[in-house]
Design a protein around this ligand. Structure first.
Ligand SMILES: *Cc1c(COP(=O)(O)O)cnc(C)c1O
Length: 400
């Protein structure tokens, strides 16, 4: 499908320039934050034309806003999509996209390891609307294909996953989904458009929590979906404009500004994550390290095939579990101990208090998440400092 925008320039150049020019005013070189709830017209005929979509323009902030549109345009360009729309949070993007398409009696097939909030939509909210959800073992492609073949309206994939960074083969999943007449949705939050473009593999919809890597500074919430299926995005936009989970212009501005350094941050985070994963793998207090860039990772080959690098997220389990985490966490100097990821600052948290806080210990065990699993989101600090910091903190872990 033909793509709009300057798709000739490389990703870094596009992170900086795309989605900006059209929105500049008064010779400013930066996109303005348009804090206006409504947009006025003296000419009621022009007003009407804009209102019914025959003419470009804005009417009311719940529908569209110029700063918000600049953000949508940048994401759209980086994902190589032809349409995008945004939301107040990543979860709003996910729930609105699902709610737009699904009706009672429909069936969703997904994986067990989706983001915790997404898992709650699948297990708590969709079933009560008489929508059947089947969650397969993450990485078990045969099981997913078999379930999809039984009938499926949406195949929902997230890769890499949170927090064990499991990988699912996008090309294979798109083939399975389309073979059954399903739409294929992909949460691309962990990879970002710098490392992976699911639309290139034929996905129907790409979803991001912009709160994480896209914004990158842990100071704004946001979500976005994009697609080469313009009609699908228009339907999702319509659902959002009526249901109201719109992105705030100030947040859009912060996300837009953050995205200008996305390619540099990702490059540094990937490079550092590699080194940290190798360091941890050799450490005698560490039981296991999960990082798709390690050859020991079960889906390393698939990751190599569909990603340009392996990302800035890793997780590891510490010998002695929670007691050991209690010993070494307070000693980490260069890491926020918080429930976030993808920021310029390194951020750590136990899976049991972050991504899987809503699950019971038994459920976590069934998902292959040890109580001592630590999620480590690599920031842009000098990697030598991060490794020294880990080494120092882990020296406080006692034998148990
Ligand atoms: C954080 C996250 C979400 C939810 O995004 P919010 O902006 O917090 O609503 C969805 N998917 C993934 C993979 C995430 O990490």
């Amino acid at each position: 499908m033909k793509k709009e925008g300057d798709t000739k320039a490389r990703k870094g150049t596009r992170s900086v320039w795309s989605g900006e020019k059209e929105y500049l005013v008064h010779g400013a070189t930066q996109v303005p934050v348009v804090h206006s709830v409504s947009f006025g017209y003296d000419d009621i005929d022009e007003w009407f034309e804009v209102a019914i979509g025959n003419k470009q323009g804005h009417i009311y902030g719940r529908n569209t806003n110029p700063t918000v549109q600049a953000f949508e345009d940048k994401v759209k360009d980086l994902e190589g999509a032809i349409a995008a729309t945004s939301f107040s949070t990543g979860m709003a993007a996910i729930s609105n996209a699902l709610s737009t398409v699904l009706v009672p009696g429909d069936r969703v097939v997904s994986i067990k390891d989706t983001y915790g909030g997404t898992n709650k939509i699948f297990t708590e909210f969709l079933p009560r609307l008489n929508i059947d959800v089947t969650l397969c073992e993450t990485g078990n492609h045969e099981e997913i294909e078999a379930e999809v073949n039984k009938g499926c309206d949406i195949l929902y994939i997230e890769t890499p996953t949170n927090p064990t960074v499991k990988i699912t083969d996008l090309k294979r999943m798109v083939k399975a989904g389309h073979g059954a007449g399903a739409l294929v949705f992909v949460d691309n939050t962990f990879a970002t458009p710098i490392l992976q473009n699911p639309l290139e593999f034929g996905a129907d919809l790409v979803i991001h929590s912009a709160t994480k890597f896209l914004g990158g500074h842990a100071d704004a919430l946001g979500g976005v979906v994009c697609s080469n299926n313009k009609e699908l995005v228009e339907r999702i936009y319509h659902y959002r404009e009526i249901n109201g989970a719109s992105l705030d212009p100030m947040a859009a501005y912060l996300l837009l500004r953050g995205m200008k350094t996305l390619h540099l941050r990702i490059k540094q985070q990937c490079e550092s994550a590699h080194k940290i994963a190798h360091f941890l793998q050799e450490h005698d207090k560490i039981e296991a390290v999960f990082y798709p860039g390690l050859e020991s990772h079960p889906n390393h080959e698939i990751a190599k095939k569909q990603m340009r690098d392996f990302g800035g997220m890793l997780s590891f389990s510490v010998k002695g579990e929670l007691d050991s985490i209690r010993e070494f966490f307070p000693k980490l100097k260069y890491a926020n101990k918080a429930a976030n990821l993808g920021a310029v600052e390194t951020t750590v948290g136990p899976a049991r208090t972050t991504s899987h806080v809503e699950n019971t210990p038994d459920e976590r065990a069934a998902l292959g998440i040890p109580e001592g699993l630590v999620r480590y989101s690599v920031g842009i600090e000098n990697v030598e400092d991060l490794i020294e910091d880990l080494e120092y903190a882990l020296s406080f872990v006692t034998d148990k």
